[in-house]
Design a protein around this ligand. Structure first.
Ligand code: FES
Ligand code: FES
Length: 189
């Protein structure tokens, strides 16, 4: 967490810019601030959730240059000029993203804590273009845990939203991402 009152040992903040949900933002961040803490603690974008804070649960999943990533495992300062999309940026003109709408239609949550990460991850997974069957979707979404066990409805929502999401986001050429979450999750090619 970036606490302005914390003893920073004389280390200054670093200036950076990032394209956040379609808007260019100039920011001052400490070199140790994770992308997740930047969003939640500094920018008050609390839709992205902190679960484990060490890459195990997927609650913090966001889209960085279109690819899903665990925001708790990467430093904000590493992403100068990147294009970052959080759950708050998926909808457009008051209309839900098809993946968001499908989660509502299919009642794909209970407490909802994992839901922003599930939705961002599902959008990123569709762009990767490798998951076609239900089993492949389960495999590719295996880094996003749901303590409420809403998995059957999450799967149904993703299957329903895949065609429209694919039309919207396209698919990376040659399945570009090397894993489900960059540098975090290994998935089968
Ligand atoms: S908070 Fe659990 S993976 Fe980031
Ligand atoms: S809906 Fe509660 S953790 Fe997934």
């Amino acid at each position: 967490m970036t606490d302005p009152s914390a003893n920073t040992g004389g280390i200054a903040t670093c200036s950076m810019t990032i394209m956040l949900n379609g808007e260019s933002r100039a920011l001052d961040v400490y070199p140790w601030t994770t992308l997740l803490d930047l969003l939640r603690e500094q920018l008050d974008l609390t839709g992205t959730k902190k679960g484990c804070d060490h890459g195990q649960c997927g609650a913090c999943t966001v889209l960085l240059n279109g690819k899903r990533i665990n925001a708790c495992l990467t430093l904000a300062i590493m992403h100068e000029d990147a294009e970052l999309t959080t759950i708050e940026g998926l909808a457009s003109d008051e209309a839900l993203h098809p993946m968001q709408a499908a989660f509502v239609t299919h009642d794909a949550f209970q407490c909802g804590y994992c839901t922003p990460g599930q939705i961002c991850s599902a959008v990123g997974m569709v762009a990767e273009g490798r998951a076609q069957s239900a089993d492949e979707i389960r495999e590719q979404m295996s880094g996003n845990l749901c303590r409420c066990g809403a998995y059957p409805n999450i799967l149904a929502a993703i299957e329903a939203a895949m065609p429209e999401t694919r039309n919207r986001v396209g698919v990376f050429e040659s399945g570009a991402p090397s894993g489900g979450h960059d540098g975090v999750r290994e998935v089968k090619p």
